[in-house]
Design a protein around this ligand. Structure first.
Ligand SMILES: [Zn+2]
Length: 89
C-alpha cells in the first residue's frame, strides 16, 4: 500500500486526476470499474488498493503496469499538475 498522505493525484488513461475526480470516475455506475463502484463510499486510495489486489497490479512497483491500465500516483513532492476539473494538484 502506498502512503496515501503523500498522494495528491493520479495519472490514468492519459489524463491527470485529483482524488475527488478519481473517486467519481471509478465509482461511476455502469463504468468498466464496476468493482470499484461496489466499494463506495470509499476513498480513491481504498478503491485502488482493492482493485489492485483483485486484479493483481502491484501498486508498490509502478514499472510493472502502464498508466492506461491502472492509475499511477502523483506525490506531494512531484511537479504541480492540473486536473481535468481545473484543480491544481
Ligand atoms: Zn479533479
Amino acid at each position: 500500500m502506498i502512503n496515501s498522505g503523500g498522494v495528491k493525484g493520479y495519472v490514468f488513461e492519459a489524463d491527470i486526476w485529483c482524488p475527488a475526480c478519481m473517486e467519481e470516475h471509478l465509482g461511476r455506475a455502469g463504468s468498466k470499474y464496476q468493482y470499484a463502484y461496489s466499494l463506495k463510499p470509499a476513498s480513491a486510495e481504498l478503491m485502488l488498493d482493492s482493485w489492485a489486489k483483485r486484479v493483481g497490479f502491484k501498486r508498490d512497483n509502478e514499472h510493472s503496469f502502464d498508466s492506461d491500465e491502472f492509475p499511477k500516483v502523483i506525490l506531494d513532492q512531484d511537479e504541480q499538475e492540473i486536473c481535468k476539473c481545473g484543480e491544481t494538484i
